[in-house]
Write a protein that binds this ligand. Structure first.
Ligand code: HEC
Ligand code: HEC
Ligand code: HEC
Ligand code: HEC
Length: 129
């Protein structure tokens, strides 16, 4: 097991010979590179982030982005309300299954993906940390 991990880390180093650890900005200050890059220096899978961040917690933390819309039928006067599921961690398209790194970057500014197609300003959605 140990040997296997070392081999993987060494292979990753060989694949990216030009960068220097000291030149990489970290938002998770003081973390070891291998914490997120046990499988090499590529964008980590969401399962890596979820070893520390609990899905329930992040969903709850951003639940306030969901908002209620209501529409009153001008003919019948009937009002229908519904929730717009724009929570970045549990939303209309991806539920809870989106890849964290689509929005959260570690070594450069983060982003969101929704603005490609939606006007997200009324949603109050901004790029996270
Ligand atoms: C080994 C545990 C660990 C892993 C793996 C990890 N994090 Fe974190 N994360 C933390 C801790 C602890 C903090 C709080 C301290 C800090 O800000 O560095 C944090 C802070 C954050 C914050 C800021 C939270 C806030 O309140 O503003 C975000 C966003 C975040 N992590 C996203 C991610 C993403 C995305 C990944 C995967 C690429 C990831 N984390 C991987 C432990 C981890
Ligand atoms: C569609 C974009 C998007 C994706 C995908 C995404 N996030 Fe976020 N994340 C955000 C936004 C936006 C915020 C809120 C920033 C704010 O409140 O200003 C946030 C906030 C957070 C926070 C801080 C929560 C707090 O307590 O305030 C953490 C931790 C976090 N995300 C981790 C993750 C992890 C782990 C994943 C993958 C499972 C993930 N995110 C996927 C956009 C995203
Ligand atoms: C908390 C998780 C985390 C830690 C710790 C971390 N990285 Fe990353 N790394 C990422 C994420 C997320 C990406 C995807 C692109 C980005 O965020 O900039 C990435 C991408 C990379 C890439 C590929 C860049 C590319 O353009 O494909 C390199 C190289 C890299 N990291 C080096 C490092 C080094 C060196 C360290 C230690 C000093 C480190 N990382 C520590 C999360 C992490
Ligand atoms: C590639 C384009 C695209 C991206 C990116 C995208 N959407 Fe959408 N979205 C659409 C389309 C098209 C519809 C309407 C079609 C449908 O109902 O499936 C829609 C519908 C929705 C709806 C339901 C209708 C409404 O307005 O209430 C919500 C909520 C939503 N998107 C949220 C999001 C969020 C949150 C993100 C980012 C995580 C996102 N979308 C990213 C194209 C996109």
């Amino acid at each position: 097991m140990k040997k296997h991990l070392l081999t993987a880390a060494f292979a990753a180093l060989l694949l990216t010979p030009t960068f220097q650890a000291s030149a990489v900005d970290l938002k998770h200050k003081g973390f070891e590179c291998s914490t997120c890059h046990a499988k090499g220096f590529t964008a980590p899978d969401r399962s890596t982030c979820l070893t520390c961040h609990k899905s329930d917690d992040i969903v709850k933390a951003t639940e306030h982005f969901n908002f209620t819309t209501s529409f009153t039928n001008p003919v019948t006067g009937e009002t229908k309300t519904s929730i717009a599921p724009v929570n970045p961690h549990d939303n209309f398209h991806f539920g809870r299954d989106d890849q964290c790194v689509n929005c959260h970057k570690e070594h450069k500014p983060s982003t969101t993906t929704c603005q490609t197609c939606h006007d997200i300003e009324p949603w109050g959605l901004k790029a996270p940390r």
